[in-house]
Structure formats: structure tokens, C-alpha cells
Write a protein that binds this ligand. Structure first.
Ligand code: ZN
Length: 309
């Protein structure tokens, strides 16, 4: 459906932030030093909620990162941050200081007295900050390679206490964010059809076993495209049952209901005559939609909380 301008802006902001964090992950996941990386934690201490973009636990300190995907020319003036020509934006240092203070309280309450080394990371290579103060903990995109090379020289090993700390933080992570604002929507008002995985266009046609995009030529196996739609549907309407009829309507372009039924049957357990249960597929769904990371090459034990949009 068409989003109202305010919601659209909110969505673009979320997406931009998310892309920045994923970009940052591409650096942290290459780390070879012994550490635990936790991403996207939503925590609460003394009834105050705070969010952490990235946290790296090493033997003698915790690194806290606030990742910003600002783009364009900005300037710094008397502790305030402006986008040129002169639009004040919230100084991420304030956010960082707040998170650091709350994290410190939380760590202490868990019995850990580790120093916190926190930084704001400006991840976008097209971001410039004029009059950047020398003494503030900013890391610019041009510095990231060098920064992580330095981090890689950390030779100390973490121990079971650190793993316990990571476990505790993960268990305290609040999966349902109170900040999540989703624009209201209902089934009848949403556009139906399969959208192209490559360009998001709805101009797809079915040719045999393939779904072909008329805009960009992208080809996807029909079963995969339908399952992608099932996942979309389930995400939008988690309480709705998955039935052949509804998925047939949701996908539009697949003419044959029989075909939809066959695809569903091969991916789901059937409950009752017309319904399927999602349970068996939860795990593979997650790997379809989240940027899962392969930590198998990492020598050290590592926990990662995966990002979700
Ligand atoms: Zn396309």
C-alpha cells in the first residue's frame, strides 16, 4: 500500500540505519581476536530502555558502538551537530553517553566491572564532518580498516566469565521493541502479488518452473518465490492461518491452486484439511530473511545476536 509521507520517511530512516549496521557488521565479523560480538541489543536497566548497535566483549574491556549512516556534509559547532547549510541533528554523542551510562549500571548489577570503550561510528563513506573535534570518540569510515587492524592485535583470551556475561546480556535482550511503530494496515488494502527479489517490481510472469521479472529479467524458481510470499504474509499477519486459498490470493500470479498446494505441502506440516503449520520451517525462514553470518571460520567461541529489520 502507499505509505503516508511520515511513515515513508520513518521507513527510509530505519532502512538507512539498518544498512549502516549491516555494513559495520562486515568489519566486525572479520575480527580474528578472541572476543564476543553482540549486535542490536535492546536492554533495560532501572526501568530505562536502551539500544546497543554493537558490543564487543574482550578480556579487559567492553567496546560499545553507536553506528550512524549519515550522508552528506555536516559540521560540528559548540557540541552541536548540524547538517549543512544549518539543520541541527541530534548529536549521537548524547545517545552514546546515555547508552554507556546505562550499560555500566547494567554490567555492575550483573557483577562485572569492566571498563567501557565507546565510539560513534560514521559508517557512510559519503559523510563529511567539518570542524570535527579531535578529542571525541568518533570513528570515520576512512578509519575503519585501520581501527579494526588495531583491534585484531588484541592477543588476550576471554574466559568463561565473559561468556557468562554475554549469555546474560542475550537473555536480557528484549525481543519486542517498545519503539517499534508499524503503520496500520489491513489485508484488503495491501497490494497482492509476488514482487521481484532483485528490483521489487510486481511485473512478474510465470514461465514453467520460473518466475521472470519483466523489469529487470531476474529469474527465481516459482516455489522459492511463493515461499518468500508465505513468509511475507506470515510476518504481516502472524495470527492468520496459512491456507492454499489465501496464499493463492496473496501471490496472484500463480494461476493454479494445485501448484500452490503442492508447494505448501512440500514445505509445511499439514494440520486439518486446509491448513498448514509453520513450526517446522521457522529455522529455514530465518535464514531466508536475516543476514546470517558465518562464524565457523572464527577460532574463538562467539555469540552473535542477529539483526532484524
Ligand atoms: Zn526485477
Amino acid at each position: 500500500m502507499n505509505l503516508p509521507p511520515k511513515d515513508k520517511q520513518h521507513y527510509f530512516n530505519l532502512r538507512k540505519g539498518y544498512e549502516g549496521e549491516v555494513k559495520f557488521d562486515s568489519y566486525t565479523e572479520k575480527l580474528q581476536c578472541d572476543c564476543i560480538i553482540l549486535n542490536d541489543l535492546l536492554l533495560r536497566v532501572n526501568s530505562t530502555t536502551f539500544q546497543i548497535d554493537s558490543l564487543i566483549i574482550t578480556l579487559d574491556r567492553v567496546f560499545l558502538y553507536e553506528v550512524k549512516n549519515f550522508k552528506g556534509d555536516y559540521y560540528y559547532d559548540s557540541d552541536l551537530l548540524y547538517k549543512k547549510p544549518k539543520i541541527e541533528v541530534i548529536n549521537p554523542l548524547l545517545q552514546l553517553q546515555r547508552s554507556e551510562s546505562l550499560l555500566r549500571q547494567l554490567l555492575l548489577s550483573l557483577g562485572f566491572n569492566l571498563p567501557i570503550d565507546s565510539s560513534v561510528v560514521f559508517i557512510n563513506p559519503e559523510f563529511t564532518l567539518y570542524q570535527a573535534p579531535l578529542n571525541e570518540p568518533f570513528i570515520f569510515s576512512t578509519q575503519l580498516n585501520h581501527y579494526f587492524k588495531q583491534q585484531n592485535t588484541i592477543s588476550t583470551k576471554i574466559d568463561s566469565k565473559h561468556k557468562m556475561l554475554a549469555d546474560q546480556l542475550v537473555s536480557l535482550h528484549m525481543a519486542d521493541s517498545p519503539f517499534t511503530q508499524v503503520a496500520p494496515y489491513e489485508y484488503n488494502r495491501l497490494r497482492k502479488g509476488i514482487s521481484c527479489l532483485n528490483c521489487d517490481s510486481f511485473s512478474l510472469s510465470i514461465e514453467g518452473q520460473k518466475c521472470v521479472c519483466k523489469e529487470c529479467g531476474y529469474v527465481e524458481v516459482v516455489a522459492a518465490a511463493v515461499m518468500r510470499c508465505v513468509h511475507e504474509f506470515n510476518m504481516l499477519f502472524p495470527k492468520q492461518e496459512i491456507t492454499t486459498n489465501i496464499i493463492h490470493d496473496w501471490c496472484q500470479v500463480v494461476n493454479s491452486k494445485k501448484r500452490i498446494r503442492r508447494i505448501l505441502a512440500s514445505h509445511f506440516n499439514r494440520i486439518g484439511v486446509h491448513r498448514w503449520t509453520l513450526v517446522v520451517l521457522q529455522a529455514s525462514f530465518l535464514s531466508l530473511t536475516r543476514p546470517m553470518r558465518d562464524n565457523s571460520r572464527r577460532k574463538s567461541p562467539c555469540f552473535v545476536v542477529h539483526r532484524t529489520l
